[in-house]
Ligand binder design. Structure first.
Ligand code: NAD
Ligand code: MG
Length: 385
């Protein structure tokens, strides 16, 4: 029986995680759940999974939740960052599913690692902002860190049993998102609804916009660099619009190992939860005979400027990826709220990165302060767009 905390249980990854838990009550048990504002869904999850602890965004929501609790055992209710950390380090928890969106995932994930919990990591922003520190913490604590992101799960599955020095290249695949075939000129006019209309994956709003700008792939390149400890020049991105091959590893002998499947996050989530075993997920089996083609090509870095910015931030290193991530979070929010056009996202990130000189980060606290600086600078620059 594996005992779990799910951070971000009401989100897209959180809900899929709980579907797997519900399908395997003999294997998984929920200790703690955290949500943002979606109390209705959280109440349903409380009655289905009976956690010992739940946490919501703030004290007002916690008070509202107390009045909505279903009959039965009453969970401890917490709020805010304390609640996230309380859930992450709960003494009964063995594994924390980190499925909060954005840099808000940093502290609870770091706390979980320090408390000796294994991590199923969906929150890619954690490794983007503080990859070297996190990997050091993981090594120091002797915990396991399993990727949930589908590309990284694919690499993880393709790398098992191999020596890292035998890796020639990691090839991350990208769907290309809703604007794969939209000319740059037309990207000036696309709407929020257009950007949220992802062809292959159903995900939270922030990552869906990141997929449309291809910042998501940029974040994933940085994530892969830290997870698999590879030189960034060895990480390639191929656009693969069918999203059937989830990523590949090429070895020095010319052999390439890939992982394939129907695009459904339940598969990589389940593997992170049940590793090294595999459990049923209900994911639609892959029928290769029904596919007309699997195609691959290089991304257009002029059109998908955010991907180039991620490479630039990674090359600058140190604090730059954290600043890029902070600016991206502000920009995506501003785009979703109709304050800036789609192409304003990359422009705001460029201006924020241009205002920053990369410097060394030696603690998670320093990362949080650079994150705060990046957010404040991006907000200050918003009116200049
Ligand atoms: P989502 O927006 O659907 O859900 C986010 C969850 O976190 C919700 O429960 C929300 O209430 C909670 N949350 C958000 N901000 C919070 C805050 N400041 N404090 C406390 N709780 C907060 O997002 P998602 O699509 O499930 O993505 C979660 C993470 O997983 C992201 O980092 C994303 O990049 C990554 N990821 C998602 C997918 C996917 O298919 N959805 C795939 C790969 C990686
Ligand atoms: Mg992904």
């Amino acid at each position: 029986m594996k005992k779990l905390t799910v951070l971000g249980s009401t989100g897209s990854i959180g809900v899929s995680t709980l579907e797997i838990v519900a399908a395997h009550p003999d294997r998984f048990e929920v200790v703690a759940l955290t949500a943002g504002r979606n109390l209705d869904l959280l109440v349903q999850q409380i009655s289905a999974f009976r956690p010992k602890l739940v946490s919501v965004l703030d004290n007002d929501l916690a008070a509202a939740l107390k009045k909505m609790l279903p009959p039965g055992p009453v969970p401890e209710i917490m709020a805010g960052v304390d609640g996230l950390i309380g859930a992450a380090i709960h003494p009964d928890t063995e594994m924390v599913v980190a499925a909060i969106v954005g840099a808000a995932g940093l502290l609870p994930t770091a706390s979980a690692i320090r408390a000796g919990k294994d991590i199923a990591l969906a929150n890619k922003e954690t490794l983007v902002t503080a990859g070297h520190l996190f990997m050091e913490e993981v090594a120091k604590a002797g915990v396991k860190l399993y990727p949930v992101d589908s590309e990284h799960s694919a690499v993880f599955q393709s790398i098992e049993g191999h020596r890292s020095e035998d890796i020639e290249k990691i090839i991350l695949t990208a769907s290309g998102g809703p604007f794969l075939n939209t000319p740059l000129e037309q990207l000036k006019k696309v709407t929020v609804a257009d950007a949220l209309n992802h062809p292959n994956w159903s995900m939270g709003r922030k990552i869906t916009i990141d997929s449309a700008s291809m910042m998501n792939k940029g974040l994933e390149v940085i994530e892969a660099r830290w997870l698999f400890d590879v030189d960034p020049v060895k990480i390639d991105v191929n656009i693969h619009p069918q999203s059937i091959i989830h990523s590949m590893v090429e070895y020095v002998d010319g052999c390439v190992i890939a992982q394939l499947g129907t695009p459904d996050m339940k598969a990589p989530i389940a593997y992170a939860l049940s590793y090294p075993e595999r459990v049923s997920t209900g994911v639609k089996p892959l029928d290769l005979t029904q596919l007309s083609a699997l195609t691959f090509f290089k991304p257009d870095l002029e059109k998908f400027r955010c991907l180039q910015l991620a490479y630039d931030a990674m090359a600058a290193g140190e604090s730059m990826p954290a600043v890029m991530n902070a600016a991206n979070e502000v920009a995506v929010e501003a785009f979703l709220n109709g304050k800036i056009p789609f192409l304003g996202i990359s422009e705001l990130i460029v201006r924020t990165m241009d205002s920053h000189t990369a410097h060394q980060l030696s603690s998670i606290e320093e990362v949080l302060s650079v994150d705060a600086w990046g957010r404040a600078k991006a907000c200050e620059l918003l009116p200049t767009l």
